[in-house]
Design a protein around this ligand. Structure first.
Ligand SMILES: Cc1cc2nc3c(=O)[nH]c(=O)nc-3n(C[C@H](O)[C@H](O)[C@H](O)COP(=O)(O)OP(=O)(O)OC[C@H]3O[C@@H](n4cnc5c(N)ncnc54)[C@H](O)[C@@H]3O)c2cc1C
Length: 649
């Protein structure tokens, strides 16, 4: 039995009818009443921009907030490879059911069946919407939209715009958003960072934000608040995420009563450019789309490894028979297109065994020689040209001549704010969408499914479900931003800022964040164990104290001060890191990206424990320094047979 505090509101009835049934039962707000209602949307990535544009078009009064100087510079712009949809354009027997099945299986049976089915169901409409907006998806000769494959699937359902899919999708959403801004239904607040959530009588009624240019602390009220603030991968300091990505808004909500679900489910992406030095602050992704044609390998012989590391030979000089295409060897059915968690662990296994191909021993090859031979230069250029160029710019090695070197890195977080079927958190009036919620991906997200989920939430789910909540609110007056709850929240924010400046220590924010990253990667990274996780909790506690004794934030609050911004986010990263370790400690099973060393099969694969852990772990904040309380939402699979994931045959 699920915890009574976690009411998922999944509609009764057959899986295929649940979403239609829910939609038809949601109360609709009439156009003249929509005009009376205000909604705050925090975040302008694909989740936030699509939601704000849709709500504005529907007639609500929307305020949107983001950290960057323009909404279209949100992290989503970085997405490269594509977006999934069950259109079956390739006539390869794809369907809603197959996308649903692949997603649940890919997530290692730790996601909600009804949500995933809905996601697959609305996926096709996303593509139509984006095409109508003018998103320039790649096309075949005959005019049909082109597709490619991503990991964990055996069909081609990924729509793409070269290696810039996120950018093109965001430009589409941004154009719609601009129309609403011009119409006056959406008001945009760029360079405004939410620093607290305001709750009145148990309901979300507004936010406190800092104007990042002037430092002014401002109050904003509404009838409902939507968080679309992205994921918390930067807890690890080094990740593929944008530098501004953070988990602070989610943590502010958590501290005010929103449960945080499955925090330990973080995705490690197998194809990133390896870490190359101590001064690095960012990692670069090489899109998963490259695994459509690139082949992953390491040498079979240790002597070749040594020669590579000392630059005595080039990879292209190693003959075919001396190469170990380990994914093709271990997983013949899926080969190089196994899901990300599987590919990442396999790379780690080869590197741990001493076959890593660079000086640090932490790299494997991604090779296009076969593809260039098979497809020709021009077709490879068309598919991956900008990615090859990016790789060459960063490493000075041309993938046309030698294979790329890649290694896994933190990329995405499946965990996030717990939401019900309506995408509402445990705080009434507070909704979470996109990567900020715990979403539909279970223990591991399949490639090209984040954009699908963010846009499904923003274009087709939230705009309807939020109506159910708002339909009871139109007779309420506008939220009073002079209410004591706003005054108190603003005071607390100002005190926190003053406390940070008062430390006057000697360490930079980044140097402390880097230490947090080391703890996280070492103990809460690709492989986790009980002793390491306990150590992580202890070490994070010590580091938090170090921060409060030795951080130095120069300048003042009353100016553009990025050190202050980073310091405030780091305070939240400590709490997220600790929560991730606590959740990983509790989940004594291996599933998806969460690999507990104590729980593995003889050949090193994940070993789930369905009897004891087939649940969403939702954590409730209990106060500073107090252990959070765990609530469990049971996962019930009525339409899918639960099996051990198998990508071998
Ligand atoms: C390099 C890279 C490539 C990727 N490629 C793909 C791909 O090909 N396909 C795919 O499906 N997925 C891909 N992903 C994942 C995908 O890009 C993200 O999961 C998705 O874009 C997240 O969208 P979002 O709208 O939830 O959040 P984001 O795009 O992260 O946007 C968050 C927004 O919230 C704002 N914000 C955050 N905190 C605050 C605050 N406190 N106050 C005010 N504003 C705030 C930010 O300014 C921003 O506007 C990729 C990820 C990376 C890192």
């Amino acid at each position: 039995m699920s915890d009574p505090k976690l009411i998922s509101k999944i509609p009764e009835g057959p899986l295929k009818d649940k979403w239609s049934k829910r939609k038809s039962s949601i109360r609709v707000v009439s156009p003249n009443n929509k005009r009376k209602l205000e909604v705050i949307v925090v975040g302008t990535g694909l989740g936030g921009a699509s939601a704000a544009a849709s709500l504005g078009e529907m007639g609500y009064n929307v305020k949107i907030f983001c950290i960057s100087d323009s909404p279209r510079r949100a992290h989503s712009i970085a997405a490269q490879g594509g977006i999934n949809a069950a259109k079956n354009y390739q006539n390869d027997n794809d369907s809603v059911s197959r996308l649903f099945f692949d997603t649940v299986k890919g997530g290692d049976y730790r996601s909600r069946e009804a949500n995933v089915y809905r996601l697959a169901e609305v996926s096709a409409a996303i593509i139509d919407q984006c095409v109508a907006q003018g998103v320039p998806f790649a096309r075949e000769y005959g005019g049909y939209l082109a597709n490619r494959s991503f990991g964990g699937v055996q069909v081609s359902r990924t729509f793409y715009a070269r290696g810039q899919t996120g950018q093109q999708l965001l430009l589409g959403a941004y154009a719609s958003l601009n129309k609403e801004i011009a119409n006056g239904t959406v008001k945009s607040y760029p360079r405004h960072e939410m620093l607290d959530l305001v709750i009145i009588n148990g309901e979300a009624k507004g936010i406190i934000a800092r104007n990042l240019v002037t430092g002014e602390i401002e109050r904003f009220g509404a009838h409902a608040v939507v968080l679309a603030t992205g994921g918390y991968g930067n807890t690890y300091f080094l990740s593929t995420n944008a530098m501004n990505s953070n988990g602070s808004a989610a943590m502010q909500a958590y501290r005010k009563g929103a449960f945080f679900a499955n925090p330990c489910f973080a995705q490690i992406h197998p194809t990133c450019i390896p870490v190359h030095g101590d001064q690095q602050c960012k990692l670069t992704l090489m899109s998963e789309s490259l695994r459509n044609d690139g082949r992953i390998w390491v040498p079979k012989k240790k002597e070749d490894v040594m020669k590579l590391r000392t630059h005595q030979i080039k990879p292209s000089q190693i003959p075919e028979e001396d190469r170990d295409y380990y994914l093709e060897r271990r997983y013949p059915a899926f080969g190089n297109l196994v899901p990300r968690d599987v590919a990442s662990r396999a790379a780690k296994e080869r590197c741990d065994a001493g076959f890593g191909v660079n000086e640090t021993g932490l790299a494997v090859f991604l090779d296009f020689a076969d593809a260039i031979k098979r497809l020709g230069h021009q077709r490879v250029e068309e598919r991956y040209g900008n990615l090859f160029q990016m790789y060459e710019k960063i490493t000075s090695v041309s993938p046309w001549e030698e294979p790329m070197m890649i290694y896994p890195a933190i990329h995405y977080t499946m965990g996030g704010l717990w939401v019900d079927y309506d995408l509402q958190t445990t705080i009434p009036g507070l909704f979470a969408i996109g990567e900020a919620n715990f979403s539909d991906h279970g223990g591991n997200r399949l490639g090209a499914s984040a954009l699908m989920q963010g846009l499904a939430d923003g274009y087709f789910i939230l705009p309807y479900t939020i109506g159910g909540y708002l339909s009871h609110k139109f007779s309420e007056p506008k939220t009073d931003i002079n209410a004591p709850e706003f005054v108190e929240a603003e005071k607390k924010v100002k005190e926190r800022i003053a406390k940070v400046f008062a430390v006057k220590g000697t360490e930079t924010v980044d140097s402390i964040h880097k230490k947090l990253g080391h703890i996280m990667w070492e103990y809460v990274g690709m492989a986790r164990n009980e002793a390491g996780l306990k150590k992580a909790i202890e070490e994070i506690g010590k580091l938090r104290e170090e921060f409060w004794q030795s951080v130095r934030v120069p300048g003042t609050n009353e100016e553009f001060n990025q050190e202050l911004e980073k310091a405030l986010r780091l305070i939240d990263f400590f709490d997220i890191g600790e929560l991730m370790a606590r959740d990983a400690l509790n989940r004594r099973e291996s599933c998806g990206g969460h690999f507990r060393e104590e729980m593995q099969t003889e050949d090193g694969e994940t070993k789930r424990d369905d009897e004891n852990f087939m649940y969403v772990a939702a954590w409730e904040y209990k106060g500073e320094g107090v252990e959070p309380e765990l609530h469990k939402e049971d996962l019930v699979y009525e339409n899918i047979k639960i099996v051990t994931r198998n990508y071998k045959d």
